[in-house]
Design a protein around this ligand. Structure first.
Ligand code: NAD
Ligand code: DAU
Length: 351
């Protein structure tokens, strides 16, 4: 059986493929990725030559190219991860988010409907985000029936993609499942996201830019637990259903940055208080959601999934991974990456 994975060169996609290609030798995995700034084929070197792995350098905004990939590989299952994923980029420049996250998802759904939907075991699994629900106040949890209320162009584009997936299920009978997951962290995450950005800046002893007051809360989940959740839904989830995925690990951004300072200090024999002094409060993200927190009881109950990596252990592993992989870091620090950081942070270092 062929499993087509989109966005497999990104953070979650590469971690998903590295585990799955080895653990499921009975399945052939086709990675469809445009290799944007966030896609890094170097992350996949360990499986590049595996007999059950193929790579297709394809942009999902190209409808004809998507159709050709389906003709060529005849997939039964799609795990759709490809997206523009960074909220700040969606505020600076939303166009690509509409093209990839909305039009790209539509092209995949149409190709799947035409080629795969009638096959035995067919499934279109859409990997989405808790950001579609908007922001929580100080209490409460996102449930699967929480109304959609996205704040950023990123989350609005993911909300639109979720609606398209459900519409294809209701109107055309396409067998779909959706997961809406909280913030992931772990190895191979592009260093524009909070945790790897702060780890690399702390290692370089550069200012640590915390937006606003640092009181915003995120619910952190190790990427390996997210990958297991996707398999739990593929294997035991009910067609047509949505499952929220989260770590029951609410932390303020300031808490996270303090813990990063502590772990970096411990791993590199530095003074944590000196690293904490690098924290700089910078202008807030426009439309910044205050708090995300997930009620994951449905996936726990129906699919037997629970997170297994504690934040303390996961953060230590993550810091060690960045320390042990300087070549990976050097490769992602391309000209494009440096330009983005310069454009994004210039003039932002005052609250
Ligand atoms: P990422 O930005 O690290 O990787 C995205 C991947 O998609 C890259 O390999 C990129 O090359 C590819 N891609 C982008 N545009 C493409 C296009 N037009 N055609 C083909 N490939 C394209 O993202 P990530 O953090 O790994 O997130 C993966 C998915 O999980 C996304 O759908 C995201 O919305 C969702 N998600 C992420 C998180 C998180 O915390 N990172 C949490 C919940 C859900
Ligand atoms: O909740 C799931 C979402 O988590 C995913 O859908 C997104 O793809 C993923 O990018 C992530 O979105 P966030 O906006 O929550 O992640 P980010 O790492 O950009 O920011 C996390 C928090 O840290 C957020 O409150 C903003 C803050 N922040 C971020 C950066 C990059 C800072 O204070 N300083 C920073 O430099």
């Amino acid at each position: 059986m062929v499993v087509l994975v989109t966005g497999g060169a990104g953070f979650i996609g590469s971690n998903f493929l590295l585990r799955s290609v080895v653990a499921r030798p009975d399945l052939t995995f086709v990675n469809v990725d445009a290799l944007t700034y966030a896609g890094n084929p170097y992350s996949l070197e360990a499986i590049a030559e595996a007999p059950n792995y193929r790579f297709e350098h394809v942009d999902i905004t190209d409808r004809a190219a998507v159709d050709q990939v389906f003709d060529k590989h005849d997939p039964t299952v799609v795990v759709h991860l490809a997206a523009e994923s960074h909220v700040d980029r969606s505020i600076a420049s939303p166009d690509a988010f509409i093209r990839t996250n909305i039009n790209g998802t539509f092209h995949l759904l149409e190709a799947f409907r035409g080629h795969s939907a009638g096959k035995e075991g067919a499934r279109f699994h859409h990997v989405s985000t808790d950001e579609v629900y908007g922001s929580l106040g100080p209490t409460g949890l996102f449930r699967e029936d929480t109304p959609y209320d996205p704040s950023s162009p990123y989350s609005a584009s993911k909300a639109a993609s979720d609606h398209l997936v459900r519409a294809h299920a209701r109107t055309f009978g396409v067998p779909v499942t959706i997961t809406n997951c909280s913030n992931n962290y772990g190895a191979r995450q592009f260093p524009e996201k909070l945790i790897p950005l702060m780890v690399l800046k702390a290692l370089a002893e550069e200012p640590l830019p915390v937006y606003g007051t640092g009181e915003n809360v995120r619910d952190w989940l190790h990427v390996d637990d997210h990958c297991e959740a996707i398999w739990a839904v593929l294997d035991r989830g009910k067609v047509g259903e949505t499952y929220n995925v989260g770590g029951r690990c609410e932390l303020t951004n300031l808490d996270v940055v303090h813990q990063i300072c502590d772990v970096v200090a411990a791993e590199t024999q530095r003074d944590s208080d000196a690293l904490r002094k690098l924290i700089t409060f910078v202008r807030d993200r426009p439309g910044h959601d205050l708090r995300y927190a997930i009620d994951a009881s449905k996936i726990e109950r129906e699919c037997g999934w629970t997170p297994s990596v504690s934040f303390t252990e996961g953060l230590r592993q993550t810091v060690r991974w960045y320390l042990e992989n300087p070549e990976w870091i050097a490769r992602v620090r391309s000209g494009e990456y440096r330009r983005w950081l310069a454009e994004h942070y210039d003039g932002r270092h005052s609250a």
